[in-house]
Write a protein that binds this ligand. Structure first.
Ligand code: ATP
Length: 651
């Protein structure tokens, strides 16, 4: 039984729009139907095989393909400049590129005559010094066709290039690829659909060119008389033959448009790449593929990597000196905008905003370009090359180092196996979940045998379960990594569990650089303390072993600093006791307050208490204690903290 078709409410086309829209379609269609209706089908063969027509067709193909070649040679670099380089007058150059598209072609022809004609600006030099005469020569027809058709290639390719995220090319460079290699192995394949669409349109436009050609190059049979010019002549003498040739041109134009299906701005190519990214992002929210193989690291330790220490002096937005022995993982943390990503990009040599004097294993790599530094980068989204399989992605760095294809693939497969994603070797990035893509991006970076590994929030896109799995994988592999790894994270668990040292950045500077234990015991700012889940109250030491808190109130501490010293009081949430009545015992830090929020934290509950006497305080208690105290939002409670449980940190 078929279900009645329902129409979504509000999708009815208003008649006021439908009528003119239909008229527009009819207006465009009618002339084309006219050609079809008036074509003498029985004479079509003889018309199209007429020597004059075949000669014009040969010339049209020659001229249009030469115009396409010239457009590629000149237009690709110009599109690249427009998309990638900042230069004064760029808007003007872009308008200049578009001008031939809006100019009447005959005006274009006149302009070409005045520029390149025998009496034009450049004509005498072309003729006398180079022996080139363009008018009334096939080369003139090529120039005219290029003039009107090249803009299609440039705007199409510029749109595609501008839509391409730079992280693909930057990652390729960090894997050791020279700029030329990056262009041919990453940029070109990714912009290929936009380039092909632009090239097809350029060719079709050159094939149909009439006005500029007849004005500039003339109408000489066998030399400049292309098919459109032939149609114009035939129309006066043999209208039926003109109709047949028009049909041929119409068929060619239609075939090109059908093949392109609206890709003329190149936006589709960029959209496709971005859609892949989006799909990967969406997948990132899913848990790992149930078919994921277990991580093979336990049985098979990673191959030893080259040992390399780090010494960096970064200036500019960042002002940091960083030293780390070989094999160290440094967790880089800090508030938004602290300069974490800028630090990584400075070490890669990819930003003008900060400059790094960089020594890796005693070698000064400061003046080396990004692809020769031995610094591998895994950006937040992994930036796996969308046109390559997981295996080819992983082999990429080895190939740039000259390793043979077979050897690189063998090693890449080995790395994928170690990271538990060997079975995904043949998949493209769009067919991977976020967690799988992260593992492959890590395998790709490690396979390139870098001296410094930069991971920018490697687990950010993953859900909690996947995050725990990938964190375990990451820890195992970082243990076997002989170089230094800098890992940017916003997650305290990641910082503490993965970092041998924690670097805390604030405003581009080092606030703290210490072991996780020391940072966790003595956080140097309220931000670090809160990131680690601690209460942190800034204040000033008074004479009576108390701190006067900046947010109001006083706090009795066991180990007070000298009077007048600014200090930070750190209270772990576990050290905060909650009571329904005022406690009678020893703690002198007792405050009345109200429960503002209760949230789960693992198997315990975090309770935020608001008080008029001191700043907000977080307590961590068991669900059973919360039940005994009958806690709920708005419940009145007393909080108490022993002076001996408070750590006082002085700057
Ligand atoms: N290309 C840029 N041009 C100008 N300013 C920039 C540029 N990139 C970043 N910034 C600024 O530099 C500062 C540091 O940025 P950065 O991305 O390094 O911070 P972050 O610590 O990585 O931040 P987040 O945690 O939000 O990722 C910020 O104030 C940011 O606005």
């Amino acid at each position: 039984m078929s279900r009645p078709r329902t129409r979504a409410p509000g999708t009815r086309t208003p008649a006021a729009l439908a009528v003119p829209a239909l008229l527009a379609i009819a207006f465009l269609l009618l002339p084309l139907i006219g050609i079809l209706a008036r074509t003498q089908w029985h004479q079509l063969g003889s018309h199209l095989t007429d020597p004059e027509v075949t000669e014009a067709l040969r010339l049209s193909l020659l001229v249009s393909f030469c115009a396409l070649g010239l457009s590629l040679v000149l237009g690709v670099p110009l599109a690249w400049l427009l998309a990638r380089v900042r230069f004064p007058g760029k808007a003007l150059v872009r308008s200049l590129v578009l001008l031939p598209m809006v100019l009447p072609p005959t005006v274009g022809g006149v302009a070409l005559l005045l520029g390149f004609g025998r009496r034009g600006l450049l004509g005498p030099w072309l003729e006398n010094d180079l022996g080139i005469v363009l008018p009334f020569h096939t080369s003139g027809a090529v120039v005219a066709a290029t003039f009107v058709a090249m803009p299609f290639l440039i705007i199409s390719l510029e749109g595609t290039l501008a839509g391409l995220r730079p992280s693909y090319e930057e990652t390729a460079a960090s894997l050791g690829a020279s700029p030329a290699r990056v262009f041919f192995t990453v940029t070109l394949p990714l912009v290929a659909p936009g380039l092909a669409a632009g090239a097809a349109l350029t060719w079709a436009r050159a094939l149909g060119e009439f006005g500029a050609t007849i004005t500039f190059a003339g109408n000489l049979s066998g030399t400049t008389q292309t098919l459109p010019l032939d149609v114009y002549l035939l129309l006066q003498e043999q209208p039926e033959a003109a109709t047949s040739v028009s049909l041929l041109l119409l068929a060619v134009a239609t075939a090109v448009l059908v093949a392109l299906r609206g890709r003329w701005t190149g936006a589709t190519a960029a959209r496709r790449v971005n859609a892949n990214d989006r799909r990967a992002d969406e997948n990132g929210k899913l848990t790992e593929d149930a078919t994921d193989a277990p991580v093979a690291t336990a049985a098979e330790p990673p191959a030893p990597q080259q040992q390399s220490s780090l010494h960096a002096e970064v200036t500019g937005f960042n002002d940091i000196t960083l030293d780390a022995p070989a094999g160290t993982t440094v967790a880089v943390v800090g508030p938004n905008g602290a300069g974490k990503t800028t630090l990584l990009r400075a070490l890669l040599g990819l930003t003008p905003r900060a400059h790094a004097q960089l020594h890796l294993g005693g070698t000064d790599v400061t003046n080396l370009p990004p692809h020769r530094r031995g610094v591998a980068w895994v950006p937040q989204d992994g930036a796996l090359f969308p046109h390559l399989t997981a295996l080819a992605n992983t082999a990429y760095g080895l190939r740039t180092q000259g390793v043979s294809r077979a050897e690189a693939r063998r090693t890449a497969q080995d790395w994928l196996d170690r990271l538990g994603v060997g079975h995904l070797a043949r998949r493209k990035p769009s067919q991977l979940s976020g967690g799988q893509a992260q593992r492959i991006a890590l395998a790709r970076a490690l396979a390139a045998r870098p001296r410094l590994l930069l991971l920018d929030e490697p687990l950010a896109a993953l859900d909690q379960t996947t995050r725990a799995q990938v964190r375990h994988t990451l820890r195992t592999h970082l243990q076997g990594f002989g170089g230094v790894c800098l890992l940017v994270t916003h997650d305290p668990v990641e910082a503490i569990s993965l970092g041998d040292r924690v670097l805390v950045l604030v405003d581009g500077r080092t606030l703290q650089y210490d072991t996780p234990g020391e940072v966790s015991r003595h956080p140097r700012s309220p931000w670090v303390a809160r990131m680690l889940g601690r209460n942190a109250w800034p204040g000033t030491a008074s004479s009576d072993a108390t701190l006067s808190l900046t947010g109001g109130g006083t706090l009795v501490v066991a180990d007070p600093p000298a009077e007048g010293t600014d200090a930070l009081a750190i209270i772990t949430p576990e050290a905060v006791s909650l009571h329904r009545e005022r406690p009678a015992g020893s703690p002198r830090n007792n405050w009345p307050g109200t429960v503002r929020e209760i949230t789960a934290a693992g198997s315990r509950l975090r309770v935020v208490i608001a008080s008029d006497e001191v700043p907000d305080l977080v307590a961590e208690i068991t669900p059973q204690a919360a039940g005994d105290l009958q806690l709920a939002d708005g419940t009145a409670v007393w909080t108490s903290v022993k002076a001996t449980e408070i750590t006082v940190v002085t700057p």
